[in-house]
Design a binder for this molecule. Structure first.
Ligand code: GDP
Length: 465
């Protein structure tokens, strides 16, 4: 596992070729990272679940937890204390309490977990989108109470967020799903109810494109803290559930191994020079979206064309010899010539033999949101990719497709209204570093917005020119 084996037959010009796996199987020197998003209908118990989980894992000071509990009782909101751990948006602000929302990362025995966009906000869908657009896996929280599951599942549009969220998550490339059948304490831990929900949900998840072996169902109580970090002791549940607890499921989520074998792409967030300390020299920092970066690798920064070699790598405060897709790193460069003043956030550090493509025109497969005005040809939008915002235009609406089975519903529709799936051709106002989603998730997912509203989100399926 030394130098990557680069296959010479892949031409740089062939924009849409699938990248070969150029790095050997990963032998991690640390824990692989999993980016996780929590989705589900409003009030399903997302915040409570994650807050309680972080508390049980020891990330929240018991004294602070105690204070939340007391404050919740005082304003007649018993049971909201765990939600407050994550929800730094509403009550806290009114009450002037500042909260450490920094605990968005936690580690399990074998995983470093990054919790994307902590839920709890009422206006959840836009947040969920940006979270899901970076996620490897999702926890779908279901309220199992009689009637609650049904309305979260069957309700139209925003009333049925169970469907909407899982559909969007899958559309944005999330393939692994843990379904937390929550509040089962309210149903006396009835196995029949658990199976009923599983049997109703599974056919839907299958049609949306989740594979059976990538979906796991687990009975939980976020509020009671049951089956989160240890096997359930409640006899009614223990009598029929013998599977892993939630943290064990999270611990076994597959990290993005596939992307770690593709050509290296580090999306640059910062670039600076240090003349003292342990990291001496020219440094670029950011998140590795695909591939592996090792000391001595030859790299190129696109679009500046600056070439160099990797002198040192630092991740999570430690120096390392390798870093993998999903990790945030500082990379120290050597033998690099060029004006680093030109290196900007949004630029991409790549394997020298496989520089990232730059295009102006490309096709996406996207879903529209709860939009008021239809999307039409020639419409100007702002594309968000990574940390970049770029003006773009809808050049053509090629097809409206069935969101469930992908079949063409209409060729060249004149416009798209809310909650539609479509293939579109996009023209960017300038060249932008992009990848087909199948080659690099992080550089192949885009969100299209108009003012502050999300209009569409989707994946890049073809690079044109
Ligand atoms: P969110 O909107 O999905 O983030 O939901 P919250 O976490 O704010 O929870 C909504 C309500 O459900 C709150 O009153 C919680 O106390 C309650 N709740 C959450 N989880 C459970 C649970 O496991 N059992 C019971 N009985 N109530 C729960």
């Amino acid at each position: 596992s030394k130098t990557p084996i680069l296959s010479p037959q892949v031409s740089k010009q062939d924009l849409n070729a699938d990248y070969p796996d150029i790095y050997p199987d990963i032998v991690h020197d640390g824990k692989p990272t999993v980016n996780l998003v929590v989705i589900g209908h409003v009030d399903a118990g997302k915040s409570t679940l994650m807050g309680h989980l972080l508390f049980l894992l020891g990330y929240i000071d018991p004294k602070v937890m105690h204070a939340y509990e007391r404050d919740c009782k005082a304003i007649g909101k018993d049971s909201f204390q765990y939600a407050w751990v994550l929800d730094g948006t509403t009550e806290e602000r009114q009450r002037g309490v500042t909260i450490d929302v920094a605990c968005k990362e936690f580690s399990t025995e074998n995983r470093e977990v990054v919790l994307l966009d902590a839920p709890g906000h009422k206006d959840f869908v836009p947040n969920m989108i940006s979270g899901a657009a970076q996620a490897d896996a999702a926890i779908l929280v279901i309220d199992s109470c009689q009637g609650a599951f049904e309305s979260g599942f069957e309700g139209e549009n925003h009333h049925g967020q169970t469907k909407e969220h899982s559909f969007l998550a899958r559309s944005l490339g999330v393939s692994n799903l843990i379904v937390g059948v929550n509040k089962l304490d309210m149903m006396n831990w009835d196995q029949g109810r658990f199976l009923e929900i599983q049997n109703r949900l599974n056919p839907f998840l299958r049609t949306v494109g989740f594979r059976d072996n990538s979906v796991t169902y687990i009975p939980i109580s976020g509020l009671g803290g049951v089956n989160l970090t240890s096997k359930p002791e409640i006899p009614e549940l223990a009598s029929w559930y013998n599977g892993p607890c939630l943290i064990e499921l999270i611990d076994s989520l597959p990290p993005s191994q596939k992307d770690a074998k593709k050509p290296a792409r580090l999306c640059i967030m910062d670039s600076y020079k240090l003349s003292h300390g342990t990291l001496l020299g020219q440094i670029v920092s950011g998140k590795i979206e695909s591939g592996t970066i090792s000391i001595n690798d030859k790299i190129v920064i696109i679009p500046t064309g600056i070439k160099g070699r990797v002198k040192a790598i630092e991740k999570a405060g430690h120096s390392a010899t390798k870093a993998y897709a999903g990790e945030n790193v500082d990379v120290v460069l050597k033998d690099a010539e060029g004006d680093f003043g030109l290196v900007l956030p949004g630029h991409v550090l790549c394997s020298e033999l496989y520089p990232v493509p730059q295009v102006k025109n490309f096709k996406i497969k996207a879903v529209t949101f709860d939009i008021l005005f239809p999307v039409t040809r020639e419409q100007n939008l702002i594309m968000h990719i990574q940390s970049l915002k770029i003006p773009v235009k809808v050049k053509r609406i090629l097809q409206q497709i069935d969101p469930i089975n992908g079949k063409v519903i209409k060729e060249r529709p004149r416009c798209l209204t809310k909650f539609m799936s479509a293939i579109l051709e996009i023209e960017s106002s300038r060249r932008v570093c992009l990848e087909k989603f199948s080659n690099c998730k992080g550089l192949g997912r885009v969100t299209l917005r108009d003012h502050s509203e999300t209009v569409m989100a989707g994946m890049v399926i073809e690079l044109l020119e």
